[in-house]
Design a binder for this molecule. Structure first.
Ligand SMILES: [Zn+2]
Length: 207
């Protein structure tokens, strides 16, 4: 009976793949066609190489108001978070500026950070950092300008005395954002920090 009911519910509301937005009954987060296209990294600080279905999913998640994808994409990050088990006291997401958070309605890194923190059995400190400047989007900037654009954009806020932090963001391109956020954490008394992103652009793609 229960199985029939579950089957009916699936029929009525099929889950959509975050990569292609097609209905799927795959047991994984992505549909079977997208799953074969996923490129895992050998780098423990990033789950996927940026591109293909992952890039499409991140696009939907960030720019199409699909905050619902945060839990699924965050759960994928959580499965890759084991290198930091017992090595961090808290997970801190890289924050958006409040103006951008207000226009988007949510902060994507915070949604990703929650399942990661849960898997590590540590708290997520949503207000550990504050974005003090609303920087222009990094997307179209060359490497050197990204550094200048983002430098000093963050300040430590309510870190609650945590010393070992896993800093979480959605995408790493040149690493400039994570470096700026790490500097703010250090200024706030964090002595040990690690970074973890859902997807990293490979260096050849990062201009
Ligand atoms: Zn798909």
């Amino acid at each position: 009976m229960r199985a029939i009911l579950d089957g009916l519910l699936t029929l009525m509301a099929p889950r959509r793949c975050p990569g292609c937005d097609e209905a799927t009954r795959s047991s994984g987060v992505f549909c079977d066609s997208c799953t074969v296209l996923l490129e895992l990294t050998s780098d423990p600080s990033a789950v996927f190489e940026y591109g293909g279905p992952v890039a499409d999913a991140i696009q939907r998640f960030k720019y199409d108001g699909r905050s619902d994808l945060g839990a699924a994409l965050g759960s994928l990050m959580a499965t890759g978070a084991h290198p930091w088990a017992d090595k961090v006291d808290a997970v801190v997401p890289v924050p958006l500026h409040w103006r951008r958070r207000r226009s988007r309605g949510y902060d994507q890194a915070a949604l990703l950070a929650k399942p990661v923190a849960r898997s590590l059995a540590v708290p997520v400190v949503l207000r550990g950092l504050r974005r003090v400047r609303n920087t222009p989007s990094q997307v179209d900037l060359p490497h050197r300008e990204r550094q200048q654009n983002i430098a000093g954009a963050f300040a430590p806020w309510r870190l609650r005395g945590v010393r070992r932090v896993l800093l979480v963001d959605d995408v790493r391109t040149t690493g400039a954002t994570l470096r700026a956020a790490s500097e703010a954490l250090r200024a706030g008394g964090v002595s040990e920090m690690h970074t973890f992103v859902l997807a990293a652009r490979v260096l050849a793609q990062a201009a």
